[in-house]
Design a binder for this molecule. Structure first.
Ligand SMILES: [Zn+2]
Length: 81
């Protein structure tokens, strides 16, 4: 069950899509939720309640146009021997 989500969020659904992908992007919110399969690009429209039940969890925020400026730096651990 997923209760907090927003436009552009990446979510994982309980059920895999027919294409095998399990990552979706929310492209529309409101009474109905539209999600797009990140793998094959297919869009699916779901009732808000259905979506919340079918969604498993929200994935880490992706690089979206709106998230400009938020840079993720990977840190390498260095051991000084
Ligand atoms: Zn798909």
């Amino acid at each position: 069950m997923l209760t907090e989500f927003g436009l552009g969020d990446r979510v994982e659904m309980r059920k895999k899509h027919a294409c095998g992908g399990n990552e979706w992007v929310i492209t529309r919110t409101g009474a109905d939720i539209r999600i797009r399969c990140a793998k094959c690009g297919r869009s699916v429209m779901l009732d808000r309640g259905d979506f919340m039940r079918a969604a498993k969890k929200r994935l880490a925020a992706a690089e979206t146009e709106q998230a400009a400026g938020a840079e993720v730096n990977e840190r390498n651990e260095e051991n000084d021997g």
